[in-house]
Design a protein around this ligand. Structure first.
Ligand code: BES
Ligand code: MN
Ligand code: ZN
Length: 494
């Protein structure tokens, strides 16, 4: 069963296209999807599969140019033909194909059966279709559009194991991305720590992962002061969820940690009202981590993985944490809280300390951590901090899979800013300089000496508040599920 089709107690799910693999074209498709390119400005139809005679002329006549992201519909030789542009034929990379397939999938409403060639790469075609075809309409009571009628797309590949394997893998990875999107898109009146922990337990059961849920009583007994502090202002108590995958063949170990703030009001340091609704996405890191470990189990990766996701709702109230409060994290480090809106690092500190206790070889942490990330890198590029070598490798992996990452430094000179007069460290630098890097430095204090680690700040790229583009729909993008899965695959040596 695909990760995205697990039975879950969510009020609604997104929908996307269905894909299947075949080695020959099925008869009577509603539409054929044809890649087109350009050379010195002239349109080209680079593959003959599915393209009827004279297609180039027909497309040329209606003004198709083959440029990236262009979609042209013509009725040709009795078939609806949808051409999608890949740009210059000498300069086509995987991400161009994935984005173009995403654009074409978004425009398939009303098409029952479509066929596409996998000649430009099975993986980017399948991922692009499944990710670009995704839409989330939540609880709209009138479904005016026909998005319920799922488009089925046959991807034509070669009759060999490599193409079949690539198809299967792409479907699992895209399915995991869709699962993360569904979790992030769920409104916070449905997704709060307790209900979210239940959904994660359901995911674990259906992906054969071990799961452990710590409730507020256990968190207290074991000293998870950061998670408790952030959660104490809410009527919905916090949780910590531990998922694990330990196949017998594993020789390398990986820790995963993801921020799971189910809603971030800022707490007593209350956020302004404008755009606060986007803070339903403040659990995007945890969703990516849960989806990624679920994919690892489906792919049976020979890698030992422990995922820790701290879940809390950051609310202002009479029981909320105040600026000036001092808390004790799991493991004993104390923090002075200057700003209750810098809550992500507080829950992550506990989870990182717990994950580090097991001394994993590698550790990947991801979070919608700072608005400063968006200021620095915008809405499409995630920031990558951590151990030099692993950081550069993960940033490059993100770029390769279409979740671009860029390396950012941890600054020695900010060590001074971490100091507090009343605790070991403080949770903000009380300055307007390099807030993203300060947050990364704060997290670094909770990581074991010999662990290769990265912190992925996904505040911008995990939630698309503007128009759809490429294979990225409105709202949740699923970033960085595919970066994590690809990195895990590398670490597993498969
Ligand atoms: N969840 C926010 C960061 C965020 C902002 C994510 C915008 C997505 C979009 C985080 O908890 C936060 O509020 N960070 C503060 C930290 C500051 C108080 C030091 C911020 O970035 O303003
Ligand atoms: Mn906050
Ligand atoms: Zn937050």
């Amino acid at each position: 069963m695909a990760v995205s089709s697990f039975e879950l107690s969510l009020p609604c799910r997104g929908t996307t296209v269905e894909v299947e693999f075949a080695t020959t074209a099925p008869a009577n498709p509603t539409a054929v999807l044809i890649p087109v390119t350009q050379s010195e400005g002239a349109l080209e139809v680079p593959v003959t599969t599915l393209a009827g005679d004279g297609l180039l002329k027909a497309l040329d006549a209606v003004g198709a140019t083959g440029k990236k992201g262009e979609v042209t519909r013509v009725f040709h030789n009795d078939t609806l033909t949808i051409a999608f542009g890949l740009g210059d034929s000498g300069d086509i990379d995987e991400d161009t194909v994935r984005r173009a397939a995403g654009v074409v999938a978004r425009g398939l409403r009303g098409v029952d059966k479509a066929t596409i060639t996998g000649e430009f790469g099975i993986r980017p075609i399948v991922e692009g279709l499944l990710l670009g075809g995704y839409s989330y309409t939540g609880m709209k009571s009138s479904q005016e559009d026909d998005s319920k009628d799922t488009t089925r797309i046959t991807v034509i590949g070669k009759d060999n194991d490599a193409d079949r394997e690539a198809f299967k893998r792409a479907a699992v990875v895209a399915g995991a991305t869709v699962l993360a999107r569904d979790l992030v898109n769920t409104p916070s009146n449905f997704l709060y720590p307790e209900s979210y922990a239940k959904v994660i337990t359901e995911i674990a059961a259906q992906s054969k992962l071990n799961v452990e849920v710590f409730d507020e009583k256990q968190l207290k007994e074991q000293g998870f002061g950061g998670i408790l502090s952030v959660g104490q202002g809410s009527n919905r108590p916090p949780r910590l969820v531990h998922l694990s995958w330990h196949p017998a063949e594993a020789t390398t170990s990986l820790g995963l940690v993801g921020k799971g703030i189910t809603f971030d009001t800022g707490g007593i340091s209350l956020k302004p009202a404008a755009n606060m609704e986007n803070m339903i996405s403040d659990m995007g890191g945890s969703a990516a981590v849960v989806a990624a470990i679920s994919a690892a189990a489906q792919l049976e990766l020979p890698l030992g993985i422990d995922a820790w996701v701290p879940l809390a709702e950051n609310m202002p109230s009479g029981t909320a944490t105040r600026p000036g409060d001092v808390i004790t994290h799991y493991g004993g480090i104390t923090s002075e809280i200057l700003n209750t809106d810098a809550e992500g690092r507080l829950v992550l500190a506990d989870a990182l300390a717990r994950a580090s206790e097991d001394k994993p070889d590698y550790l990947i942490e991801t979070s919608t951590l700072t608005g400063a990330q968006i200021v620095a890198l915008g809405n499409r590029v995630m920031a990558v901090m951590g151990s030099d070598e692993f950081r550069d490798r993960v940033a490059a992996t993100g770029r390769a899979v279409g979740e671009p990452g860029w390396a950012m430094p941890l600054l020695e000179e900010q060590e001074e800013e971490l100091k507090s007069p009343v605790a070991d460290i403080r949770n903000t630098n009380n300055a307007r300089t390099a807030g993203m890097l300060f947050a990364g430095l704060y997290l670094s204090r909770f990581i074991a000496e010999d662990t290769q680690w990265v912190h992925l700040d996904i505040a911008g790229p995990s939630f698309n508040t503007s128009s759809p583009w490429g294979f990225t729909p409105k709202r949740a993008s699923g970033t960085p599920v595919r970066t994590i899965v690809e990195t895990m695959t590398q670490l597993a040596g498969t």
